[in-house]
Design a binder for this molecule. Structure first.
Ligand SMILES: [Zn+2]
Length: 220
């Protein structure tokens, strides 16, 4: 069960004060999906972890609405020019909020890994929104950013490389590009071998093999 609480936020771009809901607690059930999507009973928490200002479209997590928010004049301009026009009446869906947050993170020059996480969460939201086209679009945005992170020096720690390499394969599999999926599943054993405790990551090799051998099945 997910417990929500109302919070009052102030937008760091346009200074509008507004109410939003945030997640106080949640639980997952039934294990994770093969792309690590965790689900809760009842209300899904993901859409409530990002807030959007309904005046200018600025979006982010709780901390992005505090003094810690990195708001430059350039960012303000881009939010007004590129996000504000798409704000109409009505509430944004979870995936729309994550997409706005991902754009802002890109404009702030955040790490590829962080942007990839926002896009994969957008994709997970579309599962509940029942929008298959959008799901594929966000998975693609996410996988490009995870690859960018893997290919950049220190973009992903050695500890996380096995899991993220597997996840890239799994994202391509779900997008339907089985050539890319197999290529990335095939890189998992090397990433595990380079891990400081390879035995602890053996399960990732097993998962990659299972997904590679059954590319169209086992859509957990
Ligand atoms: Zn605003």
């Amino acid at each position: 069960m997910t417990t929500l609480q109302q919070v009052e936020l102030q937008c760091p771009i346009c200074e509008t004060r507004f109410r939003s809901q945030t997640v106080v607690s949640t639980n997952s059930f039934g294990g994770k999906h093969t792309d690590f999507h965790e689900r809760a009973t009842g209300t899904q928490p993901l859409p409530y972890l990002i807030h959007t200002c309904n005046r200018c479209g600025y979006s982010g997590a709780d901390r992005d609405f505090t003094e810690e928010a990195d708001v430059s004049p350039t960012l303000k301009e881009r939010v007004w020019n590129e996000l504000a026009p798409s704000i109409t009446s009505g509430t944004l869906t979870g995936s729309e909020k994550y997409e706005a947050a991902a754009k802002i993170a890109e404009w702030q020059g955040m790490e590829a890994r962080h942007i990839a996480d926002l896009y994969i969460r957008a994709a997970w939201c579309t599962v509940d929104e029942g929008d298959i086209e959008a799901e594929r679009y966000f998975r693609r945005r996410s996988v490009w950013k995870f690859v960018e992170a893997l290919e950049s020096f220190d973009g992903i720690t050695r500890d996380e490389r096995p899991v993220i390499t597997y996840l890239v394969g799994e994202l391509w599999r779900r997008i339907g590009d089985l050539t890319q999926a197999c290529k990335w599943f095939g890189k998992v054993p090397k990433a595990v071998a380079e891990h400081e405790d390879p035995a602890s990551r053996q399960w990732v090799i097993d998962a990659a093999r299972q997904q590679r051998d059954n590319p169209r099945e086992w859509f957990g």
